[in-house]
Design a protein around this ligand. Structure first.
Ligand code: ZN
Ligand code: ZN
Length: 235
């Protein structure tokens, strides 16, 4: 578990990052693929935190690498799950992809690396998860009273119900999969609607924050908003 600020931590699972925010207990952002609960618990314990202090779980979007352990963690912890209504309805049905639902194909971002990762890994990722009830719906501009306030920013594009979380007092944006920082800051590999995804990144980057965390790739520890404005202003 890597400490980002006084109250925010990143846990890197094999393919995805999840985040922990301390304040009135612990808030977990995303859950990793199915079978991640033990790893998350172990990482928290190693850092001297009690996993049973988690009192809410925010899901940034429906994909199985973020929601796969939601049902298991909810069973273990008996805590509310929060998600945006557009993705909540699918998560409750156990669907972790709109394209898997036959509704619309995802748009693959340009570049050979994206093509390769998509065809090697993502295409085979599970399109279903254990169905789980979402207890609280979160929307644009909602404020969760933790660590000086966690602002929900609706960032559709990667998925219709994708949200990012701005911890203003900590100067951190949890951008999740709105973009990625794998081979440098850039687009996520897939979008339901890339154009709306780019607009969403610009919206999130109009706020001020120093650091940013992503579902995939490395943390940005300095000038994150500025870097995002520069990179995504060009698209
Ligand atoms: Zn995703
Ligand atoms: Zn992801």
């Amino acid at each position: 578990m890597k400490q980002i600020t006084a109250n925010i931590y990143q846990i890197s699972l094999s393919i995805v990052n999840v985040f922990v925010i301390e304040g009135n207990g612990l808030t977990l952002i995303d859950t990793g693929p199915a079978g991640s609960a033990d790893k998350i618990f172990a990482e928290l314990k190693k850092a001297g935190k009690n996993p049973y202090n988690i009192n809410r779980i925010i899901l940034t979007h429906l994909h199985s690498d973020h929601t796969g352990s939601a049902a298991e963690l909810k069973r273990k912890l008996k805590v509310p799950l929060l998600a945006h209504p557009a993705d909540a309805t699918l998560i409750e049905k156990g669907l972790s992809s709109r394209s898997g639902n036959g509704d619309q194909p995802m748009q693959l971002s340009p570049g050979a690396i994206n093509w390769l990762i998509y065809h090697t890994f993502i295409k085979r990722a599970p399109k279903t998860i254990e169905p789980v009830k979402i207890d609280e719906l979160i929307n644009e501009n909602d404020l969760i009273p933790v660590a000086g306030g966690l602002r929900i920013i609706h960032t559709p594009g990667h998925s219709a119900g994708h949200i990012s979380v701005l911890a203003k007092n900590e100067g951190v944006l949890i951008a999740a999969d709105s973009c990625a920082n794998s081979a440098g800051l850039g687009l996520s590999i897939l979008y339901e609607d890339r154009e709306s995804g780019i607009q969403s990144i610009r919206k999130a980057a109009s706020h001020n924050f120093e650091k940013a965390g992503f579902g995939h790739g490395k943390l940005i520890m300095k000038d994150a908003a500025k870097q995002m404005r520069q990179v995504f202003g060009r698209f």
